[in-house]
Design a protein around this ligand. Sequence first.
Ligand SMILES: NC(=O)c1ccc[n+]([C@@H]2O[C@H](COP(=O)([O-])OP(=O)(O)OC[C@H]3O[C@@H](n4cnc5c(N)ncnc54)[C@H](O)[C@@H]3O)[C@@H](O)[C@H]2O)c1
Length: 269
Amino acid sequence: MTLPLQDQVAFITGAGSGLGAETARRLAKDGAIIAVNDLNETAAQSIANEVGGIALPFDVVDSHAFDLAVDSCVSQLGRIDILVNNAGIAPSDAATKTDRMMANSMRRMEGKINELEPLDFMLDLSDEAWDRMIKIHLYGSFYGCRAALRHMQPQRSGRIINMSSVLGLYPSSGAPHYSVAKAAIITLTKTVAEEVAGLGINVNAICPGYIDTPLLTPFSEVMKAGITMRIGKGHMGEASDIAEMVRFLVGPESRYCTGDVFAVSGGYR
Ligand SMILES: NC(=O)c1ccc[n+]([C@@H]2O[C@H](COP(=O)([O-])OP(=O)(O)OC[C@H]3O[C@@H](n4cnc5c(N)ncnc54)[C@H](O)[C@@H]3O)[C@@H](O)[C@H]2O)c1
């Protein structure tokens, strides 16, 4: 029996954990051969062993390393059909300010606007934290698209998925750098998609809502409860919810989807 993704080569960044690891498992289940990237070499190797793929550990902010890894994927596995730009880090600043945010919410409910305390999300954001956040998410996605297109354009086929976030759609003052990076990824997705739509290459963005992965470890229980109140379904999602969307967007069923943005949020607003 031929599987839907039989022998297709998928390169997934940040696949040593969470959404990337689950996506690696899901695509491998349907026949894809997986190149597993992660900053964490041990995690990348572990998932590569699990799915029978290869590990290509590097930092996605290093454009030269990204080019070399994609070239290495093509020389080892013969091609690259799918790229999932997924590597990311958490916006943890809000986690340390939960108490102040809650106190302000109470004051708002009581109409005590003049008593709101400054939260200082902007004032406390360092140059280094801003740069690292933008670089991993936005630069990493740009480097990945460019490296993959060098191979996908000549073969006139390919699928690229960029992992944005619901915070790219509904920005959060508690995570300005993360929200900006994720919104920019949506625009990057649309511009690249328009350029290569006639070349057999589809480029789409996924905006996960809050999904239970190690990314959320810095979040306090109170903060998670506050987030959950904004989720229509009343609970966070599972990594498989996102992996299934990736599977749809790299498979034959989504041939008419490109430059499109897919939220999987459980009704988060
Ligand atoms: N979990 C959520 O609720 C959620 C919601 C919206 C968007 N996202 C996005 O989904 C993606 C995956 O998140 P996750 O929840 O699986 O997180 P995770 O922490 O479980 O996994 C992220 C992986 O990326 C790797 N990574 C981090 N920086 C890297 C770098 N510079 N180069 C290579 N690898 C790097 C980490 O080592 C880790 O293994 C991220 O882009 C995240 O912003 C997650």
